[in-house]
Ligand binder design. Structure first.
Ligand code: C2E
Ligand code: MG
Ligand code: MG
Length: 743
């Protein structure tokens, strides 16, 4: 049981070991220590048991040898005891005198007690004459006549000869073991003679007394008792087991043996000690089990921690969905599977439209809640085997497997767009956002996860660029566009270095007098490869690539230099929203202003409304800082986008610049006029002066002046001109009708 538990735990431990190979090294070391400890403990136990068993078997062997020595000794003692008895009976003056005298029979019977059937000294006795003839013979008290050579085997004759050879001197007695018809017996023979030299016996008539004492069970038992041997008994010579004490006759023939039951005291001791050893083993075993269990628990916990940590590393905390890495892993699995079974993998790359505004307007807590509800909603929409992840910020991705060649699921695209078209209720707030989705497909898993993500990402950017709130599938042409963009970006940076940029100036005139009151600085790029590149193209590129900061400062420096040369003219400089995000923007403006010596009141910075919609809080701070520098702020391109009265009131602008589109709209629509008039009325109500841009005709100029615009700008007055054209342009300060001047 113990062993089974141990084995089970060891198995678990080993399984865990396999899983934690990736764990830190100290964990593996801990485990090895644990296993080695268990092995050491078990080995020590095995050695202790082996030692105990060795002690037991050595003790057994020692006891066995002692028993054999005792039994052999007892047999020898029996023999010598018989010899001593014979000497007692036969070497005796009185006997020597009586036995050899006539009529000795009675004396013999009385003194040697031959007819005593219950004698403890012999069971049978002979008195033999000089020729070994039987003078008297008794067996168990009864006379009998079997000659000793028959009764005691022929070997007896040899012993008798030896005794006879000794005459009446030393050695005239002997003993030995013999087989008799009644069993093994110790037999003694001795010549009857005087104890002192005074008594002489007739040498030619010497008589010998023979005693036969059976080695019966009673005698054997008494030996066993005396020598502490168990179950001692006689065994026939033919079936003697090894280790028995052998009984041999005087001729050296083995006639029988004694065997006994080994007491095996070692076994006994071992049996006594065993419970304690077992208890010790049980304790150690329990300890080892505990140790292994504890180790297994610790390692299990480590493994659990590791799994949790790994899971955490793949999970987005806020939404509980997989993160970028999680998606990447999931995608890789799907792609591998797709390679095997020939299916396609489709990736949806989602980027919310307007999430930043929600974050800015309602705070991050609301933004977080929006992310969570989007995550929950998307999880509900997607098929069961799809992978949904949040890639960070307001970006999500959905990966799913399509049967090879199957059409992308239109329903999912539609469901996603539908889902985002509904307002989100977040507590007591209702927010409206949208989504732009890019999709890409890896046919039979042929496109790897990195590339698939990249493709879906550019498709998503295209969806954003094409007006948001839509799904666009990746197309190889997008890569070309991207490559083109990239090379243009490189050219842009190089152009800045190589001074390919310059600033053109377009006059702004007083609507009433048509005198030039200001200049708008407009950046120009004269690329040796591409020719004149429109700012509509390179400004967005400069914004996304970060070149705008340098470019913006370049324009400002140039414009301020020109402004310094014509102090009576105001200067307008366009500022990109991207520049506002740079924390060094305000200090840089302050520095340039100061360095140029141009009075700040004559400088107007033109900003577009996008910045105010997207970053109202930040925008306010920036506007205040710029106001602090003393420059004016104009809201550019008014009427081209969302244009809310709300932020017109919220931020105090020094001027509005009507977008050219509003002027164009005047041409054929009554509504255009009404809109323009309403806008100008609003500006008047808010007390903000208005510049009209894009004036191309006299009529437009007149109409806008009528409507209340105090400043006008457009090709009708002048196209933007290079710095070199400024002296001519500004010579008369009036540009009326001179709309043919060009840069
Ligand atoms: P914007 O600030 O609204 O500049 C006025 C644009 O309208 C200029 O285009 C100007 O040439 C054009 N324009 C002026 N009068 C007329 C007209 O009568 N008819 C027509 N069709 N167009 C007229 P441009 O120079 O191509 O600049 C385009 C836009 O690029 C600018 O719009 C401005 O948003 C941006 N931009 C130009 N220079 C800079 C700059 O230095 N920094 C930043 N951030 N943006 C700049
Ligand atoms: Mg402008
Ligand atoms: Mg404009």
């Amino acid at each position: 049981m113990l062993l089974l538990t141990l084995c089970g735990e060891m198995h678990k431990l080993m399984t865990n070991l396999v899983h934690i190979i990736r764990l830190k090294r100290q964990h593996v070391v801990l485990l090895l220590l644990l296993v080695s400890f268990a092995v050491v403990v078990m080995s020590v136990m095995a050695v202790v048991l082996t030692a105990l068993q060795t002690v037991a078997s050595t003790t057994n062997a020692l006891d066995e040898s002692r028993s054999r020595q005792a039994v052999t000794g007892a047999l020898a003692t029996l023999k010598s005891h018989m010899t001593a008895t014979m000497v007692d009976y036969t070497v005796w003056d009185a006997a020597a005198q009586a036995v050899y005298a006539p009529g000795a029979e009675d004396w013999i019977l009385d003194n040697f007690d031959l007819a005593n059937g219950g004698s403890k000294i012999f069971n049978a006795a002979y008195l033999l004459g000089p020729d070994d003839n039987i003078l008297m013979a008794y067996r168990r008290g009864e006379p009998f006549s079997t000659p000793p050579s028959d009764f005691l085997s022929p070997a007896f004759a040899d012993m008798l000869n030896v005794v006879r050879g000794a005459g009446v001197g030393d050695g005239a007695e002997a003993s030995g073991f013999f087989r008799t018809p009644e069993g093994i017996a110790v037999v003694g023979v001795s010549t009857i003679r005087g104890a002192t030299p005074d008594v002489t016996v007739p040498q030619d008539r010497l008589q010998r007394l023979v005693f036969v004492l059976y080695l019966d069970q009673a005698r054997i038992d008494s030996i066993a008792e005396t020598y502490l041997v168990k179950d001692l008994h006689l065994v026939d010579a033919a079936s003697l087991p090894p280790g028995a004490a052998m009984i041999a006759d005087p001729a050296g023939r083995v006639i029988a043996g004694l065997t006994w039951t080994a007491q095996s005291p070692g076994d006994v001791s071992f049996r006594h000690a065993r419970p304690y050893v077992l208890i010790a083993m049980a304790i150690v075993g329990a300890f080892v089990v505990l140790l292994v269990l504890a180790g297994s628990l610790v390692i299990g916990k480590l493994r659990g921690d590791e799994i949790a940590a790994r899971k955490m590393a793949l999970t987005d905390r806020l939404s509980g969905l997989g993160n970028r890495l999680g998606l990447f892993n999931g995608l890789q699995d799907m792609l591998r599977q797709a390679q095997d079974d020939g299916n396609d993998v489709m990736l949806f790359y989602l980027d919310m439209d307007g999430f930043k505004e929600v974050n800015d307007v309602y705070g991050h807590a609301t933004g977080d809640r929006l992310i969570m509800s989007v995550a929950a909603g998307l999880a509900h929409l997607i098929p069961e085997d799809a992978v949904l992840a949040r890639l960070g910020g307001d970006e999500f991705a959905i990966a799913l497997t399509l049967r090879h060649g199957a059409q992308p699921p239109q329903s999912l695209e539609a469901m996603i767009l539908d889902f985002f078209s509904e307002p989100f209720v977040l507590g007591d707030r209702i927010v409206v956002v949208g989504v732009s989705v890019g999709t890409a497909i890896s046919t039979s898993g042929s496109i790897d996860a990195d590339e698939l993500l990249r493709r879906a990402d550019i498709a998503m950017y295209r969806a954003k660029a094409e007006g948001r709130g839509r799904t666009i599938a990746y197309d190889a042409a997008m890569d070309n566009a991207l490559a083109e963009r990239k090379s243009m970006e490189v050219a842009l940076r190089a152009g800045l270095r190589k001074k390919e940029f310059f600033v053109a100036y377009q006059p702004v005139v007083n609507a009433r007098t048509q005198e030039i009151v200001g200049l708008e600085a407009l950046l120009r790029w004269d690329s040796p490869q591409m020719g004149m590149v429109s700012p509509e193209i390179f400004i967005p590129l400069a914004e996304s690539s970060g070149v705008i900061d340098k470019l913006g400062l370049f324009v400002m420096e140039e414009a301020l230099r020109v402004a310094r040369a014509w102090p009576q003219i105001g200067i307008s400089i366009n500022v990109s929203p991207a520049q506002f995000r740079n924390p060094f923007f305000i200090p840089s403006v302050a520095h340039l202003l100061e360095a140029s010596g141009v009075p700040p009141r004559t400088v107007t910075l033109e900003v577009t409304e996008g910045y105010f919609i997207h970053n109202p809080a930040h925008a306010r701070g920036t506007i205040e800082a710029l106001n602090g520098l003393g420059v004016r702020i104009a809201l550019d391109d008014f009427g081209a986008g969302f244009s809310s009265i709300g932020y017109l009131k919220q931020f105090h602008f020094d001027r509005l610049k009507l977008d050219r589109s509003m002027i164009v709209a005047l041409e054929d629509m009554q509504r255009g006029r009404e809109m323009l008039q309403a806008t100008l009325a609003l500006a008047a109500a808010l007390d903000i002066p208005v510049t009209a841009e894009g004036i191309e005709t006299r009529e437009q100029a007149a109409f806008l002046h009528q409507c209340g615009c105090d400043q006008l700008q457009g090709f009708f007055f002048s196209r933007p001109v290079g710095e070199a054209g400024l002296p001519t342009l500004l010579a008369g300060k009036a540009a009326r009708g001179s709309g043919l001047l060009s840069a």
